[in-house]
Structures are given as C-alpha cells and as structure tokens.
Design a protein around this ligand. Structure first.
Ligand SMILES: Nc1ncnc2c1ncn2[C@@H]1O[C@H](COP(=O)(O)OP(=O)(O)OP(=O)(O)O)[C@@H](O)[C@H]1O
Ligand SMILES: [Mg+2]
Length: 255
C-alpha cells in the first residue's frame, strides 16, 4: 500500500532521515518506534505530503505521491499535536471537519459515546483537559472509514478506560483489512497491538519485524530491554548528537 524508497530529509544542518526504505505492503498494525527526535513524525508527515523529502520516493498504491494530494483522502490521520483553534467548540470542530471533507462520517455518534465525549460537545477546545482533547483528536481521526490510518502518539494522555477503547477500535479497524501505522513510546501497547515494529534511529531503520523476533534478536524477554539494547549498540558506533541522545535513552532505561 505504501512504499518508501531511500528517503532523505534534513532541517538545515540536521539530517533527520538518511536513507529510509520501508514497505507497508500488507494490512495490519505497524508500530513506528524510536527515541524522541529520531524522525518518526517527520516520516509520517512525509507520507502525508506535509514534509517534502530532499531525496527519495514515496509511493501510495504504486503511484509516486510527489505533487499529488488526492491519495490523502484514503488516509485518516491523528497528528501528534493537534492545533485546532482554542475558541472552537467540540461540536463545531466535528462539523467543520465534515464540511471540509464533504462527506457524512461513518460512526460519529458511536465514537463520541465510546470516548465519553457527550458532556463536552458544547465546550471550547481550549478549556478541555489534555486527555479529553486527545479523545476529540481520536474521534476526528476515526470518524471516516479510510483504508489507511496513521496515528502519531494515539495513546498520549489517555486514561486506562480510553486506552482500552482505543485498543478495541484499532483491532476493529485492523479486522476490516486496513493498514495502521502508529508511533508510541508505550511498550505495553506495542506488545499488545503491533504485528510489526519499525525502529528508527540515526535517520535509518535499525530493526523491522515482529515483537517476538526483536526480542529474539536482542536476546531479551522484555521489549523495553530489547529496545535499550538497540540503543546501547548504537552508542559504540559514533559520537554525534543523535548517539548522545541514544545513550541518554539507554541510561533512562536503567541498563
Ligand atoms: N519543521 C522543522 N524544522 C526544523 N527542525 C525540525 C522540524 N521538524 C522536526 N524537526 C527536527 O527533526 C528531528 C526529528 O523530529 P520528529 O518530530 O520527526 O521526531 P520524533 O521521532 O517524532 O520525536 P518524538 O518522539 O519526540 O515525537 C528533531 O530534532 C526535530 O527538532
Ligand atoms: Mg513525533
């Protein structure tokens, strides 16, 4: 469905992606992992055409996305930080999205109920708690039935009940044969949900495979520890800023 070939992206002197090649050919849930600043959001934005690569190619269902926008209709997207106007009420935002899209949503009432948002529909976005705002963000991402869903930190700020609902929703969408890409730093979520993980570090893909194969490869039963092994391995190879970040991450895993 999505093929990424030799993607490069830098911001000024900062090389963020340096030769990322990935193929999301089969439906399922893919977790895109990597430390803060490793380029996960940049990769996602590149797929959406919101970040223009310096080099490389992205194909959506076989066709180069460069200069195109129509394919985006087939992707539902949850941004990491949704910047909607604070003075907008929740119901106004949801109406606005329907106006822009020009289509009736599939399951809006059910989603509002699932995330307990009924009491907040008349409230302004700026007055909502972070978790409630994330629930609104999730509702807008799930309200259409596109074949691809890209979720940048969907678990962010959610309480346990909302997290359970989100996981159920993801499994429902997966059962429909969709392709789901999600970034997260919550390893329990990855263990439970991901068919495959992609680990991004130093601008490159350092691992791609199932959670079990990652644990096997790094000889760890615990996913967090296996990931810390990837980061520790990187520590020895170079001494630039990213590696210092990797070393810091490894220390934060207390290894
Ligand atoms: N528009 C931009 N201009 C300049 N630098 C940017 C821009 N967008 C991202 N960056 C930089 O690129 C690097 C990768 O950022 P990105 O947001 O892709 O990381 P991430 O893996 O999503 O991190 P996180 O886990 O914190 O969400 C960071 O160093 C960031 O500061
Ligand atoms: Mg990010």
């Amino acid at each position: 469905m999505i093929t990424i070939d030799n993607l490069h992206k830098s911001f000024g002197k900062l090389q963020v992606l340096s030769g990322v090649s990935l193929d999301f050919g089969r439906p399922g849930i893919y977790a895109i992992l990597g430390p803060n600043g490793s380029g996960k959001t940049t990769l996602i934005k590149s797929i959406l055409g919101m970040s223009i690569p310096d080099k490389g190619q992205i194909r959506f269902q076989g066709e180069d996305i460069r200069g195109r926008w129509d394919y985006r209709r087939q992707i539902d997207y949850l941004p990491q930080i949704a910047r909607f106007p604070d003075n907008l009420r929740v119901s106004e935002l949801l109406d606005m999205i329907q106006d822009i899209r020009g289509e009736k949503p599939q399951a809006l009432g059910r989603l509002i109920e699932m995330f307990g948002l009924q009491p907040f529909l008349d409230k302004r976005l700026g007055n909502l708690s972070g978790g409630t705002r994330q629930k609104v963000n999730l509702v807008q991402a799930f309200m259409y039935d596109s074949p691809v869903l890209i979720l940048d930190e969907p678990t962010s700020g959610l309480d346990p009940v909302a997290l359970i609902r989100l996981k159920a929703l993801l499994l429902e969408e997966k059962a429909k044969g969709k392709l789901l890409l999600a970034t997260t730093h919550i390893m329990n979520f990855v263990e439970e949900m991901a068919d495959e993980v992609v680990f991004l570090l130093e601008g490159r893909i350092h691992f791609r495979g199932s959670v079990d194969s990652l644990k096997r490869e790094y000889r760890e039963n615990n996913l967090e520890r296996a990931i810390a092994r990837i980061l520790q391995g990187e520590q020895g190879f170079s001494a630039n800023g990213h590696s210092q970040e990797a070393a810091r991450m490894a220390r934060s895993y207390e290894l």
